[in-house]
Design a protein around this ligand. Sequence first.
Ligand SMILES: [Zn+2]
Length: 314
Amino acid sequence: MSKLPWHHKLELRCGRPSTPQSFGPLEHRDCPLCGNTRYRSVLENQYYPLAELDVMSVAECQRCSLIFTNPIPSAKWYETFLSPKVNIWWDEPVWTTYEWQDQNSRDKFIDGLSIIRRILPNGTLIDVGTGPGLFVRLALETGYSAVGFDILPEGVTRAKTHNIPIVLGKSSGMEFNAKFDVVTLWCVIAHEANFVELVRDCRRALRPGGVILVETPNMTLWRLLRKPRALLERLRLTATSHDALSAYGHINHFTARTLSYLLKECGFVDIRFHAVRNYGTERGIVDWGKHLLFTTSRAHINFCFPLVATARKM
Ligand SMILES: [Zn+2]
């Protein structure tokens, strides 16, 4: 942060640049899950605080009920977003490091591994979108023959410095036909515009009987509370946020229902939901209550955060 020019530091203190700016074009889309062209807006006027001109909304599909950002940032927009010259807040984000994963995601990953072990106690595993690769390390320690896969060269470099086996490649180009017993996707489908194609690729990578584990933010409770919250915002009893969901980063927002729909659509069977521990700092009485509801309702009431599902390829 110390390398920033003085006017950027001033802008940072003030919260945003003095003149509204754009990071690049946005792209409109139909429902990315079912292709429906009919959807209704559930959240308006969302933007990254340093790109005020790039206004997005969040919509809900009227057929499959997927919640999705629309329009979404283009490749050019993300390029600018990742450039520290323009995006003065993008100064080596900590959450892309191995150390951050170790401090924040370890418990969640350990819970995920014990879920997988109950279904398939050993075999080959690929973690797609692994980033710095902590999950791959834990899977190797548990006895799986594990490898990571990522599209970002930075993640691959970081994993390699920790001696974690990882392959660099594009999700749409995964060519691992029937090679793995387990595929895991930790917070990937929320980010990936072509997530249906990605999950189909994951299915292709699995042997018959193989298991997929998908984790993503759970929007079930948010969806239920959105209408009352919108009313409170209209009455000015609560503040409106232009960055309520980081809708430029997480562009697909799943509930248990839409995640089930996705897995069925991609040919998976035996879909089950699970509870894992949340980030350490986010845990509390609310999380405890959600887990209790989840367990006592036998997974019918699922407000657990994050959302975790497993399914099998027959
Ligand atoms: Zn849809």
